[in-house]
Design a protein around this ligand. Sequence first.
Ligand SMILES: *[C@@H]1O[C@H](CO)[C@@H](O)[C@H](O)[C@H]1NC(C)=O
Ligand SMILES: CC(=O)N[C@H]1CO[C@H](CO)[C@@H](O)[C@@H]1O
Length: 487
Amino acid sequence: MRSLVLGLALSSISLSGVRAGFPAKIYGVNLGSWLVLEPWMLPQEWIDMGGERCDDCSTCIASEFTFAQAYPDTVDDKFNEHWLSPASNFNPLGTYFAIFRNTWFNQDDVDKFVELGLNTVRIPLGYWIVEDLVDRTTEFYPRGGLAQLRRGLKQLSEAGIVAILDHHALPGIQEPGQQFTGRCTSDVQFYTPHNYHRALVWTAVMTALSHIDPAFDNVVSIEAVNEPIMDANQTPGYGDFQKNFVRVVRAVEFLLGLPVPSLNLKANGQANANATASLEFAAQLPPVFPPEIRSAILDAVPILLRIGVKLGVDKIFSHGPHVKKEPLITNFMDINWQHNNPLTLPTLRWDHRYMTTISTIRQSFGGVADPSETAYLTHNCNLDRIQNDAALGNSPLYFGEWALPTQFPATDEFLRKWADAQKRAYSMGAGWIFWNFKIEISDLAGDTARQWSYFEGVNRGYLTKDPSKLLDPHVCDPYLKNTTASA
Ligand SMILES: *[C@@H]1O[C@H](CO)[C@@H](O)[C@H](O)[C@H]1NC(C)=O
Ligand SMILES: CC(=O)N[C@H]1CO[C@H](CO)[C@@H](O)[C@@H]1O
């Protein structure tokens, strides 16, 4: 379970003057292991599907890639069952067949989010959800995820919950030996022109769908890259990729008819009722958008047209007006995620109006605090991450992944305190998103859910039913370092 050192990831968001659809305070959960499956979170279902367990996840069927490679004929059906198929799920009365209730993400979960006052979800996605980007001679992934994403977004939207599309698993793999990249391998190829290009095409497709497809109405933000390698010396070109990510988002929006005030671009008069035809004007984008941006958008057009046909929604592309909402909020790991001179946001001044931050951090708890209750609480009660990031322009900022794992056996009493201390700290920023909404409850999973599942944390009383509340608002009083400003 090496993935358990995942720890805590920080993300920061950039706002476009107004909060384009984000709640005033983000209280959310990740929909982890839904469209990017990490077997450690549902070990029994994974075995039942035909997967395997091994210490080094590159040596057995322990990721989506190796699964799809091993079961080319059944992989799509198996994953569709995991995702939950709407076609087979609803009977004519619109109620559920009980048999499908145990699939990973369904209406019961959405209802629970509402009951628990959650207002945001972060949805980890693989590049393979845009199926045309997959080179099927060397890359193996299930098909059908996009229909599920649309189905889930609609359910969330009806519940008033906004969504972040998180590019969690990148083409070429962005980090070695991790299930969350979709393939456990030491062969990391994301940081290459070919794969940066594919990630930009993905971004263009997702940006266009976010504005055009009514199913994407509650999408407020797209995250560029989840958890790149932390040593910036090993990620050549990643800074430029992040700039290009913003440029692609803004260029697509401009072509669809939105102004880009920071670039002095007024609403585009050439945008017309045919969205894909509008995007084909990418060839004539102003010079502030380099050739790479134009080619990414032009490559996205036929993909969008095929998506429309395949999902039977091609009419969405020809019924304008298409831009119904604020510009998307571009979302990055914060600057402190990487070391060795990572790109800092100030180099992106040209788009400052829309993007105020890049953010990055991995905090495996061992590196930050000694394995003791006091050290953990002292650390979180005096967390200076938000101020440190703000000093580097990485503000506003939300905490994109957090949970309750410990490097020592934790008592219930400690978990209550530690959940409170974390929520207290993270709420001083733009808010927080827990990893994960659920974890499988099974013998094989053992007690993983106790420290990694939001639902289970609430059940066991570590987390309050109202996310804005703490069990003990004074949890930090004994731990505050009185030299630092306390809140
Ligand atoms: C819209 O434009 C695309 C080209 O991007 C074209 O293939 C399609 O036929 C057009 N649709 C309509 C309804 O005109
Ligand atoms: C670490 C420390 O000295 N904390 C103290 C800060 O102040 C509060 C209230 O005055 C004390 O209760 C803490 O012990």
